[in-house]
Design a protein around this ligand. Structure first.
Ligand code: 13P
Ligand code: SF4
Length: 275
């Protein structure tokens, strides 16, 4: 796409945004050019709240399918458009039929679904959470109840450790975060000994233990603004670095790995938003 083309596309998006009374929401992992034209960029919790509260007729959701589905659940009267049918492999690791079977094996247990799950799975659970509020949601369940947590076994294990409470974990995982290892963090710490480390709780618990803070992507943006550290190792999908740099030009952000890419979060380009 040439510079002129890109400008033309942005101008057309802006015109349509007004004409259709549309709002563009983008997740923190989206391509920088998509984040830059969005009305709101955020984590799953922040985007869900916006989808519910924003006054508009159309939501153009730049993220993956479960996020757009959640927006539609919360705002059934609005038209929700997902520019490209981008899935999330973790969400697809649980389906309603398997979950019904699992629940029969654990009668009386409260089922908690991470928002990274399909709409069909959400109909089978008692409560839904995001990475920003997972520990609070689980803590709200009476201690004498068993808790099934799905689909992310890493987020579940990290919540379990934080609360000191045993959870029944579904065996799902995020392929992007699963690959972020303790050794990768230790290597970066040797290279940048003064850096603070923030990590997403979809990473394995033994990796999370090596970090200073386990946070949702929205939590990471807040941590980056507030910390006195001038160098920060970022253990999550690299898309977030765009906004971290934009908001904190005086700080250095070090991706734990340049390979920490979610291919599904990179499918939407500006011409898709326009279409
Ligand atoms: P956040 O809710 O922290 O933005 O995470 C969403 C996600 O898909 C992480 O892989
Ligand atoms: Fe799904 Fe992982 Fe991509 Fe998030 S980063 S959308 S959990 S595959």
């Amino acid at each position: 796409m040439t510079e002129l083309n890109q400008q033309e596309i942005i101008a057309r998006i802006n015109k349509l945004r007004q004409e259709k009374n549309a709002v563009i929401l983008a997740h923190n992992y989206q391509l920088g050019e998509v984040q830059d034209i969005a009305d709101y960029v955020g984590d799953s919790l922040g985007l869900s709240i916006k989808a519910k509260d924003v006054a508009c007729d159309v939501i153009v959701f730049c993220g993956v399918k479960f996020m757009a589905e959640t927006a539609k659940i919360l705002s059934p009267d609005k038209t929700v458009l997902l520019p490209v049918e981008a899935g999330c492999p973790m969400a697809d690791m649980a389906n309603a039929e398997e979950l019904r079977k699992f629940k029969r094996q654990h009668p009386g247990a409260v089922a908690v679904a991470y928002v990274n799950s399909t709409a069909e799975v959400k109909t089978e659970v008692d409560i839904c959470c995001t990475s920003a509020n997972a520990a609070e949601v689980v803590a709200s369940i009476p201690e004498d109840k068993e808790v099934i947590f799905l689909p992310d076994r890493n987020l579940g294990a990290n919540v379990s450790r934080r609360l000191g409470r045993k959870l029944i974990l579904w065996p799902g995982f995020c392929p992007t975060h699963m690959r972020i290892s303790k050794e990768m963090i230790e290597q970066r710490k040797r290279e940048f000994p003064d850096a603070a480390v923030m990590i997403h709780p979809e990473c394995p618990p033994e990796t999370v233990e090596t970090a200073d803070a386990a946070l949702s992507t929205g939590g990471m943006l807040k941590f980056a603004r507030e910390t006195a550290a001038k160098q920060i190792i970022v253990a999550t999908e690299v898309g977030i670095i765009h906004r971290l740099k934009k908001e904190n030009p005086d700080k250095l952000f070090i991706p734990v790995s340049e390979q920490a890419i979610c291919p599904f979060m990179k499918l939407i380009e500006l011409h898709d938003v326009l279409r």
